[in-house]
Design a protein around this ligand. Sequence first.
Ligand code: NDP
Length: 240
Amino acid sequence: MSSKIVLITGASSGIGAATARRLAADGHHVVLGARRVDRLEALTRELREAGHNAEHAALDVTDPESVKAFVEGAHTRHGRIDVLINNAGIMPLSRLDDTRVDDWNQMIDVNIKGALNSIAAALPLMKAQGHGHFVSVSSALAHYVAPATSVYSATKYAVRAIFDGLRKEDDQIRVTEISPSFTESELLQGGDPATMAWVQSMAERFNLPASTVAGAIAYAIDQPADVDVSEIVIRSRAEL
Ligand code: NDP
């Protein structure tokens, strides 16, 4: 297995942090981005003390200049970027008749515009180097809508469409969607308290370990260069 330069957005907790641990242990060089730099510092230290290759930088995916600096900084330091994992996301759920417009806009900014900012920063560099791989942490809710998930699902449907289009536009670039259902993380914040309490009760029954999702990402990354793992949908057996 060759060592890859792997950028991870939203690496400060949950699936992003678990993915950093897995990929670093697999021998890849991970570049961690998020807003909570103290978390990233601690994770980078942990990985380096274990003998792995890791670095971090502050990142706000809603700010195109921040994303550009994160991606171009890694490219300058390493001469290439092999994989970008679009993982940063938020999920403050509520019914539409709650009209939590600020939450809607934040989900659109982080989940959709954040993904587009990452594509804008990384795609030209990947095309110039002649290869690249986007892995997008999507969701089971990119496949169906439940009451109170309308806007979150809409962001995940949108990002799935964007990356599906990218796969069809360019045969040099690999594109993988990872669509987990309930997974252990810090995602359940904000939103309508009653809705979020209901989701929490479901999560307690059905949560996957974040390391399981990380394993699916590792599988996609480690396939031969001419293989595109287009999508992995993953959920607890108990949920079905
Ligand atoms: P966490 O809340 O643990 O992780 C979310 C990550 O996103 C954090 O590292 C957070 O870092 C980062 N983030 C949020 N906003 C921004 C921003 N503006 N700029 C940069 N980073 C940001 O939750 P998960 O690990 O669960 O979430 C990871 C992905 O998995 C999300 O896209 C989520 O939608 C998806 N997902 C999660 C599921 C679950 O059940 N947990 C199921 C299906 C999909 P910081 O706050 O430090 O910036």
